[in-house]
Write a protein that binds this ligand. Structure first.
Ligand code: GCU
Length: 356
């Protein structure tokens, strides 16, 4: 394990031990994985409603040719039906007009804006690599505010449902996946979920909950995302909870200033998608997220892939430097020069992993 001494110094909890003290093996990994999801639900992000939803899609506009005719963009309205009634939100899907074998891989971006294209969504470059891209706008699901009336939050309110805005956004991505499964032009073995910053945290949490996403791309997700919380620089539990209590369940705040008492750390959320592909992107100047702590999470989480006989993180035994790209294993990490952003550089790193 890379940076083993540093992980020990920070007192990061063991990944490969059950809460009851049993050893984790390749045979019981799935049981441990579900335990990780349960711990993170209980302590940090909350639980998704425990029911089966039905989805249907309607055209919101006629499909249009895009990207010089290389792509087709569909604007849909997805309706999710559950015990509390129907809930609808817009879903955009842009796929290559020519799909070899009639199918294409697809990345679902949970985005900050409803615009298409958008500065975080370089559609033509993605299409040119043979990949489709879908997008939802997170405020269409539930507002990024400390209120519980909007969107799905109003239909499944707290405290009756113990969830958070991050869990609601992740839940919506899974409902998109329900819909993708009804189509015959998507390669289900290659569907990924991506997000930046708070939505990178969301992408990680979505991948942990929904194994149908075979790729998880967490860009600059940092605190309460891919960064080890213990002894982290920049943002802490206390700071993030004070500013964004609604991203979490109230229990998380008990660890403000008491990170050492957490029965988990963020390598759990990274490992909860093992042995699928997870790539964590950091940015050199993003001290708030803390690239060193982001890399440490990957070092610790890699044990899950290795336990299963897979290539985990193929990296180096030191903290990362700008320009480092460690994406040869199924757990990838890279550190882009410059600041917090979802850039084309980042997309290209994710697409490199997607297309091998
Ligand atoms: C704030 C927050 C971060 C978050 C970021 C974002 O800076 O402190 O945790 O990742 O917003 O989502 O842009």
């Amino acid at each position: 394990m890379y940076l083993k001494e540093e992980l020990e110094r920070r007192g990061v909890p063991a990944l490969l031990k059950f809460e009851d003290g049993r050893e984790v093996t390749a045979e019981n990994w799935e049981e441990r994985r579900l335990e990780l999801v349960d711990i993170l639900s209980r302590e940090e992000y909350g639980y998704m409603p425990d029911e089966k939803f039905k989805v249907s899609a309607a055209e919101a506009a006629k499909p249009a040719r895009d990207c010089a005719g290389k792509a087709v963009t569909e604007r849909l309205t997805l309706t999710v039906s559950g015990s509390k009634g129907d809930f609808s939100f817009p879903l955009l899907i842009c796929t290559p007009a020519k799909k070899p074998g009639g199918k294409c891989p697809l990345v679902l971006l949970i985005n900050f804006r409803p615009d298409f294209p958008d500065k975080y969504l370089p559609a033509e470059e993605i299409i040119d690599r043979g990949v489709g891209v879908a997008m939802i706008y997170y405020n269409d699901i539930a507002l990024d505010k400390n209120e519980w009336e909007s969107g799905i939050a109003g239909m499944y309110p707290r405290p009756e449902y113990s969830w958070s805005k991050i869990t609601m956004w992740a839940w919506a991505a899974s409902r998109c996946m329900d819909y993708f499964e009804t189509r015959n032009d998507i390669d289900f073995e290659r569907v990924g979920v991506a997000g930046h910053s708070r939505l990178g945290k969301t992408a990680l949490w979505c991948g942990a909950n929904d194994t149908r996403f075979k790729y998880v791309f967490a860009n600059n997700s940092g605190c309460s995302g891919d960064a080890i919380t213990r002894c982290k620089r920049g943002e802490t539990v206390e700071i993030i909870y004070r500013a964004f209590p609604f991203w979490f369940v109230p229990k998380y705040n008990e660890y403000a200033g008491r990170e050492q008492d957490m029965p988990f750390d963020q390598h759990f959320v990274v490992a909860a998608s093992a042995p699928r592909v997870v790539v964590c992107g950091a940015a050199e100047e993003d001290i708030w997220a803390d690239p060193e702590s982001q890399y440490l999470s990957c070092c610790a989480a890699s044990q899950a892939w290795e336990l299963l006989g897979e290539k985990g993180l193929i990296g180096v035994d030191r903290y990362p430097e700008p320009g480092d790209i460690f994406t040869k294993g199924k757990l990838g990490f890279f550190m882009r020069p410059h600041a917090h952003y979802f850039s084309r550089y980042d997309w290209n790193r994710y697409l490199d992993c997607f297309l091998i």
